[in-house]
Design a protein around this ligand. Structure first.
Ligand code: FEO
Ligand code: CA
Ligand code: CA
Ligand code: CA
Length: 568
């Protein structure tokens, strides 16, 4: 291929041009096929579930959910499982009759609650490709009413208690499941992102304890919800249940191999708009989790356990007992992880976790351009974070009043294209408190701009993209980048085309376009089959009739090489 002919490229494919049409494109020599779409039955009792008029509430918790997002594959006793998030509803599709997309009944609310959350499903490859194993004992839907445990230092705190749960240790459901992660002990981490939008108030004049009110302000909890749950489900009405929002915004651990297991909210990992959770082991075996808070001018976090992971050993407590840190990036390409402790924040331990944003502000973290996915490399001690864009950079402070002037890793005013920051921990140890950082790529458009908005040197007319978001590093160290940005293909975004997936060489910086999604979609979620011969990619909120000409349906696709070679 032409890329290989140049000699230096590690990419096994010819990069594809930008696209603006309504389908998926992959390079020559590769093929794609839908694995599962929103509304497809996971169990035969949901056979015939008909989404054409939005779908019935009955069995809406027995089908593949809406807006597929982060996912991870697991191998267990010869079975291949995928755990995958369903981030938010597409109300015009899911409730087509609803005025302004607001639920008109308790059934409408229940349906929205059922089609979000997480799916665990078994998959198998046959002569016609990959399919979901209907009625597999591993198949499971976790949604907005699934019982959860709350664990870690904030469990049982007064701010976590509600009338329905006076212990502050049991909650229902996981909300706005965005990115994901996987632990070395084989569990799935689902990350609660924009949980704030699920809460509303039946009383706009309701007054709250000052701590609660400060939290609502910093986390964006308002009287008006997005989905109208509070109209029919008082749990989401903050006038009646002011502490319920404190029970969302966490990372939730799920055992995909045990459909009877209770998911656990791990409060040790902090509460914010969690994008994903990239798990590494320190040199001594402590567990390290990198996490972004996807909001303009918010922070990048790290958790380090006190205990050591040993294969086959006890894992309970490894995500509960540890320290949360916020990233501070210096302009000289060094940085530190600053621990969030009573000494650095003036806050008490449980409140540092419940109000991590305030703790990070007090400890002097670096405000970031919307930290989306973090990915760590299996072949080098390094990590990457997509900073997707930030129209407020240098324009106005974040919701906590923190300064958002341009800074080292966020160097562009009103950042419209995004960038990827990379750091290498001191001593190649992810538990070290110091690191060196650089910008792996600054997205841009050199066909339109000649200043910083042209982008970095590894951006050219052949690989234009904006708003990097999803990211995974494969077994060979290549960095797969998924986008969720402007796809109108005009002006500043001319030549960017539809949202897409590219792959980057971490050493040369070379970036090549591998896949384009249908118009209107974002590309999010990536994992591989156990034999690494298939990659599974998520297509979220496609705009027009994809994939089969009818109602647009978010879906996971399977991508293979025609020669069935390994692809990552
Ligand atoms: Fe759900 Fe920040 O993406
Ligand atoms: Ca995302
Ligand atoms: Ca995004
Ligand atoms: Ca999204």
């Amino acid at each position: 291929t032409s890329a290989q002919a140049q000699g230096a490229s590690r990419f096994a494919f010819t990069p594809i041009p930008a696209q603006t049409d309504g389908t998926v494109h992959v390079p020559e020599g590769y093929d794609w096929k839908v694995l599962i779409r929103w509304g497809d039955p996971l169990f035969s009792d949901a056979e015939g579930y008909d989404i054409t008029d939005g779908g019935p509430v009955e069995k809406s918790d027995r089908v593949f959910g809406e807006n597929t997002d982060g996912m991870e594959a697991f191998s267990y006793r010869g079975h291949q499982l995928i755990a995958v998030n369903h981030e938010y509803p597409n109300r015009k599709i899911n409730l087509p009759a609803a005025q302004e997309g607001k639920p008109a009944s308790a059934d409408d609310v229940r349906k929205l609650q059922n089609i979000q959350g997480v799916t665990v499903m078994e998959i198998a490859e046959g002569p016609d490709g990959w399919t979901v194993v209907k009625d597999s004992p591993f198949n499971r839907r976790i949604h907005h009413n699934t019982p959860m445990k709350i664990a870690g230092p904030a469990a049982g705190h007064d701010l976590m208690k509600t009338e329905a749960d006076p212990t502050g240790t049991r909650s229902l459901g996981t909300l706005n499941n965005c990115g994901a992660g996987k632990t070395p002990w084989g569990t799935y981490l689902t990350c609660e992102e924009n949980f704030n939008g699920y809460f509303g108030s039946s009383d706009e004049t309701a007054s709250y304890d000052p701590k609660v009110a400060d939290g609502f302000k910093r986390y964006g909890i308002k009287a008006q919800s997005w989905n109208g749950y509070e109209l029919f489900d008082p749990r989401f009405d903050t006038a009646k249940n002011p502490n319920e929002p404190h029970r969302a915004g966490w990372v939730v651990e799920i055992d995909p191999t045990d459909p009877e297991s209770t998911p656990v909210k791990r409060t040790g990992l902090g509460r914010f708009k969690h994008e994903n959770a990239a798990v590494e082991l320190a040199r001594d075996g402590r567990v390290v989790v990198y996490m972004g808070d996807d909001e303009r001018g918010e922070y990048l976090y790290r958790y380090v356990s006190n205990g050591i992971y040993t294969p086959g050993g006890e894992t309970e407590g490894l995500l509960d007992d540890g320290t949360l840190y916020v990233a501070r990036f210096n302009d000289d390409s060094t940085g530190q992880w600053v621990p969030l402790t009573p000494e650095t924040t003036g806050m008490e331990p449980a409140e540092i976790l419940i109000f991590s944003r305030m703790a990070a502000s007090k400890a002097g973290g670096t405000t970031m351009d919307r930290p989306e996915w973090v990915a760590t490399s299996p072949v080098a001690a390094e990590a990457y974070c997509c900073l997707t864009n930030n129209k407020n950079r240098g324009v106005k402070p974040n919701a906590g009043g923190d300064d958002t002037s341009v800074n080292g890793p966020n160097p562009r005013q009103s950042n419209k294209y995004g960038q990827i920051v990379r750091w290498r921990p001191a001593d190649d140890d992810h538990a070290a408190d110091g690191f060196d950082w650089d910008l792996y790529v600054m997205a841009g458009n050199p066909t339109v701009h000649s200043d910083a908005y042209a982008g970095s040197d590894n951006v050219n007319a052949g690989n234009l993209f904006n708003s990097p978001d999803g990211m995974m590093i494969d077994s060979t160290g290549l960095v797969w980048i998924q986008t969720d940005g402007n796809d109108d293909n005009e002006g500043d975004f001319a030549g960017h085309g539809n949202n897409q997936m590219l792959v980057g060489d971490p050493v040369t910086g070379e970036i090549a376009r591998f896949m384009t999604g249908p118009t209107g979609c974002e590309v999010t979620g990536l994992t591989w089959s156990a034999d690494r011969r298939t990659m599974f990619v998520g297509i979220q909120h496609p705009g027009k009739n994809w994939p089969d000409g009818g109602t647009p349906r978010s879906a996971i696709i399977a991508i293979k090489r025609n020669d069935n070679e390994v692809l990552g």
